[in-house]
Design a protein around this ligand. Structure first.
Ligand SMILES: Cc1ncc(COP(=O)(O)O)c(C=O)c1O
Length: 362
């Protein structure tokens, strides 16, 4: 039996613009080869910074293009931890961000995540000046949940009232395949939040290109961190990416990616509906890569994962996404990689194991 993975949050091979990106690499060299193959400034390839700035209506001086957005998260988080800020994170939250905060020795509070995003009321009692609220508001990793417009406004009002910082991580927002889009926190706050995004999900993870938009006064400190970690970001790739973005290839690629993800999500939802026993719950994300599975009471995700591995189907157990504990009876299922057919087969295998485990737990 071939392994079916719902574990890694990465695109299936059919969602990668292999030929088009190759053409862009050649065109970038023809257009600006001497710059593209040279060291560049710490904030990234200037014309790409300009493009990003125009998309978000900000001065290019506020944009730092990094080798993947996780790098932007790491630099920004390090700055705030060193300045003594406390972090509020969603529970569950992207595990790699959590492990960076852990390694930095950050003081972290976890905030319950409801169906409509983080529980703003839960932080109202304790949020204070200088705190950072790190949120992935749209098609969240790991849950696929989205912060509602109303909660976005309430979060921004609360943060403004307390002089707290909202740090928005949005790699999935452009991957909406149904429903109405909701403005980013960055837009709703007229650019006063910190905004992090990535081209990993809209173009390809292998290009390792993401960016952070910062308040102007923070840029020198973060560029300093860039310079102490690498001489220069990957300018050649950034130049090829700019070609991709400005030559009419980006939008059609987004359409292909969205459609591919929608088909995968639909395959997962109908297989879950068919296979899972009573007491299992899951959400229906309108975009992104993931959904969150709540197992029947008494079914431990860790035990299920061990059994699933024997049946060649894998996922990530929910507990990995909590800073202070939780999620023992939950799992993250990524529908981004496997084909719809494999998803159907993988959920069939998993459903059988959940039914067996639920019968034992009952
Ligand atoms: C919420 C979130 N932030 C950041 C990243 C990292 O993205 P990048 O590949 O740009 O480093 C991911 C990737 O899975 C993610 O889900």
């Amino acid at each position: 039996m071939a392994l079916i993975s719902f574990a890694r949050g990465m695109p299936g091979p059919d969602l990668l613009p292999i030929g088009a990106f190759g053409d862009c690499a050649r065109e970038a060299l023809e257009r600006d080869g001497a710059t593209a193959l040279q060291y560049g400034p710490p904030g990234g390839y200037p014309p790409l910074k300009q493009w990003v700035a125009e998309q978000h209506g900000v001065d290019p001086g506020r944009v730092i293009v990094t080798n993947g957005s996780l790098q932007g998260f790491a630099f920004t988080a390090r700055h705030f931890v060193q300045s003594g800020s406390r972090f509020f994170v969603e529970a569950p939250c992207y595990d790699r961000s959590l492990s960076i905060l852990r390694k930095l020795g950050a003081e972290v509070e976890q905030v319950e995540l409801a169906d409509d995003g983080l529980d703003v009321d839960a932080i109202a009692g304790s949020l204070r000046e200088g705190d950072v609220v790190y949120t992935i508001p749209t098609f969240q990793n790991p849950s696929g949940r989205t912060l509602s417009l109303e909660n976005r406004r309430r979060l921004l009002d609360l943060a403004a009232d307390r002089n707290a910082i909202v740090f928005e991580d949005d790699p999935y927002g452009m991957l909406r395949f149904e429903g109405e889009s909701i403005p980013r926190l960055f837009e709703l706050s007229e650019g006063s939040t910190i905004f992090l995004s990535s081209f990993s999900k809209t173009v390809a993870p292998g290009i390792r290109t993401g960016y952070v938009i910062l308040p102007e006064q923070l840029v020198p400190a973060i560029e300093e961190l860039v310079l102490s970690n690498y001489v220069s970001p990957a300018i050649f790739v950034e130049a090829a990416l700019l070609e991709f973005l400005t030559s009419g290839r980006f939008e059609p690629n987004l359409e292909t990616v969205r459609e591919g993800l929608r088909l995968r999500r639909d395959a997962m939802l109908s297989a879950l509906e068919r296979e899972m026993p009573e007491g299992t719950g899951w959400n229906q994300p309108e975009g992104g890569y993931f959904l969150w599975l709540d197992l029947p009471s008494g079914v431990a995700a860790e035990t299920l994962l061990a059994r699933a591995g024997e049946e060649d189907v894998v996922f990530i157990k929910g507990a990995d996404f909590f800073f202070h504990g939780g999620g023992e009876e939950s799992a993250r299922l990524a529908f981004s990689f496997a084909t719809p057919h494999e998803i159907d087969e993988g959920i069939t295998r998993l459903g059988r194991l959940v039914r067996e485990a639920a019968a034992v737990a009952a």
